[in-house]
Each structure stands twice: as structure tokens, then as C-alpha cells.
Ligand binder design. Structure first.
Ligand code: 9MR
Length: 475
């Protein structure tokens, strides 16, 4: 791949270069480096051809240069990782993890509980609730345990909403729903969190980019996220797959609206499988205006992504039009950033332009939110409250400095505080996105948490002029 240097201003004013696909950016300027400066992740899959060592050398070179988050196209799915009951195969997934670690790339795990790509032996247990619960738990325990600390984010549940535009769970064709009921989703989140408390946990689906109208998939998902958060189910993100076509012009705005609705709930929205295909029949007939239009849509998605503070990952379902599920399975074509000869398309330039038009100082990132860095040491370090009344509490925890130690102890629903130098006066709880959920005066070193739902919180204790913070699990 050859890049020609030119000034960003010239590119911005000419908008898109058109067919010929010569990128106008310097070689050391990558979408990865620009995304990293902005605290964001831009990614793509490793196609199955990569796992089988059956892909052109350009693929990996571009992949690791331009992207900082990766997903396995098929190799971490249920049928790949547990082809026989309780017999696990991690070889291909391990290959990807090693690649990601060598190149400092974040890993998305895809996917744990999904009705598709489950092996035949699971379907043999159709309708057997207790057995299916054991099967799913064992799968999650083993797979998440194997890659604990190496997978930053899991698609815990994939595509569980039906396609019938009546806002309900996929009740047919899902071995999990038919056998267990909707509780399989809640359980999957709880089990995954129990094994890897540091991982981000997503609900992932398609057609979420169709807007928030009544009975839409997106509004149904928002309602479920509300329920999950209320019940302490440890969901941290939603993935909108976003497999769209060139004609779907309203979708970027819909994704923006969806992101805002999820922000209200303290949940991140990630774009997880973006592609913008042309109808298959148009192959060979596409011109500069078509590729410019595709670029324009990519740019609009990137603009939304950079402008919404609760979006963190922008993942495209493929790198090159030479290897894409669109041609193989969808009757669509040429939906990606690189053409079949690995030349960057105008869509690539559009993403560059969008990144450059959003100065790093103005782009917020959800990944400064409170992280569970405390698995072995339950004291949250480097965090103490300086602004207890901040309106934007989402970043409040991350801003905190200079923590001192204290001890909390839960007996039933009573929280006891010891070890502070002064008498504790107030106790507050925040959810893991830093939103306040509880505040009470501390009488005799304890507070009653009987109205708090189960879940993971950060407790803040005021004692004298100091305040202290610590992670608290309410069971
Ligand atoms: O790209 C994947 C393709 O190779 C598989 O044959 C297909 C089988 O279901 O899955 C494709 O990936 C899908 C992803 O796992 C979930 N969302 C839709 C993706 C495209 O079908």
C-alpha cells in the first residue's frame, strides 16, 4: 500500500478523492493512531481465512497498522470452542490472543450465548431446562475462564431479540430461549461477570440502527437494559452490529439517538459489525459518486461515534472487499474500507477526515469510567472524591485522587465501616459508571442498604474532612 502525503486541508475541501483509491494521508498517520489519540478503539475482524493461514500478507500488515481492536470472525463462537460436550478447543482463539498481545490490540470476545452456531450436541438437549442451564454455565465458566484478563469485552448474548417488529425475545429457533426462557440472558451476564469481573459485558444485535420507534428492536433493548441495571445484572455495553446498505441514510442519526438513550442508563454503545454494502448487482458498475456516498455514510457513523461520549469501539465486519460475508451470504458487495486489491477506498479517507475534524481534547471516552481494578485488592487506588456534586457524574470516579484505606464489611444488608481516622459521617454508593444511587448518614459506623438491588458499586465514605472510596458487592 502506498500513501501520498498531502495537506489535510486540501483533502477536507475536496472531500473525497473518488475512484482510483489513492489515499492522501501520510503513512505514519493511521486511523488507529488518530483513534488512540482520542481514547477510542477502531477495529475489524480477523477473517477465518487468517486463522487458516490462507490470506494475503497485506491483510495482517494493514490490520495491525490501522486497527486497535479485534474480533474473531467465527473462532470464539460456541461451535468452535466447545465442539463436543465439555471438550474445549482454544487453539485458534489463542492464536488471535497472541497476535493481539504482540500488537497491543484490544480483544472483543464474540459470542457466548447465541442461538446460531451452536453445535448439534447442544440442540440434542432441546427443552431440558436444567441441563441447558448447566451447559451454558459450563461453557461460560470454561471459555471466559480460559481467556480471563485477555478479552476486554464479551458479547455475552447475541441476537436474542426477534425479527418480527413486535419487540419481543426470539422465542423460536433459539435452543436457549425455548429451553430456559428469558432468564438465560440474565444468567449469562451474571456468570460471565463472576468469572471475569474486569471484562466489559455487552448485549449485541442487528437492526438496532432502525430507530427507537415503538416496538422497535432498539426500544425493546433499552427497556431490557433498564431492567438489567435495576436488577443489578452486570451489563456494561450494547453492541449495534450495523450491517447496512448504501440506501440506509437515516441510520447514523438513529445510532446517535440510541447512544443517548443508553447514556441515560450508564451503558456504553459500541458499533460492533459495521459494513455498508452495495446491492450485489452493482459490482463493476460503481463509480466515484457511489464510493463517495459510501464514504459519506462511514463518515457520519464516525462523527456520531466521536461525538457521543458513551461510545467506545467502532468495529467493521471485515477489512477488505476480497474477504467479506456480504458477497458470500448477503447478496451485497463492496461494503468495507479496502477494495479487493487492498487499496483504501474513499470510505477510509472519510474516516480519517472525521477523526481529524474532532480534536482529541474534545473527544470523551467511556473507558475512563471506573474500572474494576480491584479483583485482588478491594481498595480502589488513585481515586478519591473531589467533586461530590458534579452534574456529569460519569467521570467523577475517574477524576479522583489520593485515596486512603478503610474497611467495609457487609452483614446481611448492613454495611459497617471501620479503619477511618475520623468517625464516618456519610456513605454514598455509585454504580460502575459513577452514577449516584444511594446516600445516607452513617450512624454508629454503619448504614442500612436494604433498598439497594444486588450488584457491583463503588462506596464513598466521608469521615472528617477526608473521603474514601472502595468497591462494594451487594448480594
Ligand atoms: O462472518 C461470519 C460468517 O463467516 C459466518 O458464516 C456467519 C455464520 O453465522 O457469521 C458471520 O458473522 C456474523 C456474526 O457472528 C454475528 N452477526 C452477523 C455476522 C454476519 O453474518
Amino acid at each position: 500500500m502506498r500513501f501520498i502525503s498531502s495537506l489535510f486541508g486540501i483533502l477536507a475541501s475536496t472531500s473525497f478523492i473518488g475512484a482510483g483509491f489513492t489515499s492522501a494521508f501520510a503513512a505514519d498517520e493511521t486511523i488507529r493512531s488518530l483513534a488512540e489519540e482520542r481514547g477510542r478503539f477502531i477495529g475489524t475482524i480477523l477473517n477465518s481465512e487468517w486463522f487458516n493461514d490462507n490470506i494475503e500478507p497485506e491483510f495482517e500488515e494493514i490490520h495491525k497498522t490501522q486497527f486497535n481492536v479485534v474480533v474473531a470472525e467465527n473462532e470464539m463462537k460456541f461451535d468452535a470452542t466447545e465442539p463436543k460436550e465439555n471438550v474445549f478447543n482454544y487453539t485458534k482463539g489463542d492464536k488471535m490472543i497472541a497476535y493481539a498481545q504482540a500488537n497491543n490490540i484490544r480483544v472483543r470476545g464474540h459470542a457466548l450465548a447465541w442461538h446460531s452456531q451452536v453445535p448439534g450436541w447442544v440442540n440434542d438437549y432441546k427443552g431440558q431446562k436444567e441441563k441447558l442451564l448447566k451447559v451454558l454455565k459450563n461453557h461460560i465458566d470454561s471459555v471466559v475462564g480460559h481467556w480471563k484478563g485477555k478479552v476486554a469485552e464479551w458479547d455475552v448474548v447475541n441476537e436474542a431479540v426477534n425479527d418480527e417488529y413486535n419487540a419481543g425475545w426470539r422465542s423460536q429457533g433459539s435452543v436457549w430461549y425455548e429451553g430456559i426462557g428469558a432468564e438465560f440472558l440474565d444468567s449469562a451476564f451474571v456468570w460471565t461477570h463472576a468469572i471475569d469481573p474486569k471484562a466489559e459485558l455487552c448485549y449485541n444485535d442487528y437492526s438496532l440502527e432502525w430507530g427507537m420507534r415503538e416496538k422497535s428492536k432498539a426500544s425493546f433493548v433499552v427497556e431490557q437494559v433498564k431492567r438489567w441495571k435495576k436488577n443489578g445484572i452486570p451489563i456494561t455495553c450494547v453492541g449495534t452490529q450495523t450491517h447496512i446498505e448504501i440506501a440506509h441514510e437515516t441510520t447514523p442519526q438513529n445510532v446517535r439517538d440510541f447512544a443517548k438513550a443508553l447514556a441515560e442508563l450508564g451503558v456504553t454503545l459500541n458499533i460492533t459489525e459495521l459494513d455498508i454494502g452495495f446491492p450485489k448487482g452493482s459490482a463493476g458498475k460503481l463509480g466515484a459518486a457511489d464510493y463517495a456516498k459510501q464514504g459519506h455514510l462511514y463518515r457520519q457513523f464516525m462523527d456520531v461515534f466521536l461525538e457521543e461520549p458513551n461510545m467506545g469501539e467502532f468495529v467493521i465486519w471485515g477489512l477488505t472487499d476480497a474477504h467479506s460475508w456480504l458477497d458470500e451470504q448477503q447478496g451485497k458487495t463492496e461494503g468495507l474500507l479496502y477494495d479487493k486489491q487492498y487499496k483504501p477506498k474513499p470510505a477510509f479517507d472519510s474516516i480519517m477526515v472525521s477523526l481529524k475534524s474532532h480534536p482529541a481534547a474534545e473527544v470523551k471516552t467511556p473507558y475512563t469510567f471506573a474500572k474494576d481494578t480491584t479483583a485482588n485488592d478491594t481498595t480502589v487506588r488513585d481515586t478519591t472524591v473531589t467533586d461530590t456534586t458534579a452534574k456529569d457524574t460519569s467521570n467523577a470516579i475517574a477524576k479522583l485522587r489520593g485515596l486512603q484505606k478503610f474497611t467495609i464489611h457487609l452483614a446481611g444488608r448492613t454495611l459497617f465501616i471501620t479503619g477511618t481516622s475520623a468517625k464516618p459521617s456519610t456513605v454514598e454508593l455509585f454504580d460502575m459508571q459513577g452514577r449516584p444511587v444511594f446516600s445516607a448518614k452513617c450512624e454508629n459506623g454503619s448504614v442500612d442498604l436494604k433498598n439497594i438491588t444486588e450488584g457491583l458499586y463503588v462506596a464513598r465514605v466521608h469521615a472528617g474532612s477526608a473521603s474514601y472510596m472502595q468497591r462494594a458487592v451487594i448480594k
